[in-house]
Structure formats: structure tokens, C-alpha cells
Design a protein around this ligand. Sequence first.
Ligand code: GLP
Length: 234
Amino acid sequence: MHVEVCRDAERAGVTAAAIIAEGQPRVLGVATGSSPLPTYRALAARTDLSIETLVLLDEYIGLDPDHPERYRTVVLRDVAVPLGVPAHCVLSPDVDAADLHDAAARYDELVRTSHVDVQILGLGRNGHIAFNEPGTPATSTTRVVELTEATRRDNARFFEHPDDVPHRAITQGIATILAARRIVLIATGAAKADAIARLLHGPVDTAVPATALLAHSDVVVVVDEEAHHLIGAR
Ligand code: GLP
């Protein structure tokens, strides 16, 4: 696992974009949340990319199709439009399906057969990746999950009222994520320092889902100094 420490979040975005571009992705896996936003801006400013397909990691269950916080809507606005990827080339789980478990299994198959070249990941404060919450095994595949109260609280800032945050989502599993050729995890801000320390110090522990990445051969972790400040202190 390679680690890049950058002065601030903006520089972390530029660094992550360069590492992503180096992987020459045709199929790019994208994460939501605030951490990758500087990366998306930096990717849009590059002229050396030929991204054809975007693949979402996860999607809330229960939001209206036109809700602005639907992850598909967020990705179309913040990633697909700036990168010039048409909406029909943006893959996401069908959270409106009558059978959500079947929709999750179908999405797992779709992600695997799409062969993600580079997967961008954020990091939850509790060490989650996508919506794989603490306790998730590394063998997990795409499925319906319950969000922890900690994650619902963290994500409440995007909603008018904390009660509006959905309780469930469809998420790619850890095994699904690990099938990507290269993984670039971006974490910025002091709130992520504990999870970053637990990831970089290891060992693999299902209590910190991101530690499953230690088993992948091409992972780059891009952090700012705030997210890195506990390294060496534990
Ligand atoms: C959500 C997403 C994750 C993301 C996390 C961190 O829970 N499902 O994929 O990594 O938020 O978000 P942020 O970068 O805003 O801290």
C-alpha cells in the first residue's frame, strides 16, 4: 500500500487525479461524499483522460427518484457532466426494483463484468468503505445493508432534517471493490485520522472495513496532513 501525504485537501485532489490518470482508466469507479470532490475537479481539468464508463459504489434506498441526494444524481452532477460521460454510461444499482436483493445481485454481476480499472474510495470515520460498515467480511458482495447510526449522523449534513437520512442502501461488497485493478482511497481532515491510523498500521480487522484493502496489490492512499497526523503516534 502506497501512501501520499499532501499539505491540504486541494493538493490531495490534484495528487489523486494524477495517480488515477496514470492508471489510464476506461472504467472509473466513483465514490460520493465530500473527500473526492477536489479530485473530481482536478480530473475535469486534465486533458489526458478517456473515461467511458462510471460505476457507482452504492446508493441509498427510499429516496424519491428526483431527490438531490440520490448518489446517482450527485455523480451525474459532480462527475459525469464535468468529465463528459453521458448518463447512459453511468452504472448504479436499481434501488427502485421490487426485489432489492435481486437488484443487488444483478449490480454485483454488472460491476464485475465492467472490469473497473481504477476505483476511487472515500473513508467513513468508522473505517467504512462504500456502505460496508464495521463487521463486514472481506468476502462480502453487493447487497442491501442497514446504515449505522454513526453513518446516518455523519451524512445528515447533506439533508434538510437528520430523520431524512435513509436507513438502508445497496452497496458494493468488499470483495466486489477488491476486484478493481487499482484502488485510490482519499481521506482528508482530522475526523479521518483515527481510521487512517488503523488502516495504515493494520492488521486486517473486520471492525475497520478499510483494512481489507491491505490484501490488494495496487492501493494508493492519498491523505492530507490532518488525516495523517496520528501516524506514528499510536
Ligand atoms: C458515505 C459514502 C462513502 C464515503 C463516506 C465518506 O458514507 N457511502 O462512500 O466514503 O460517505 O464521506 P465524506 O468524504 O463526505 O467524509
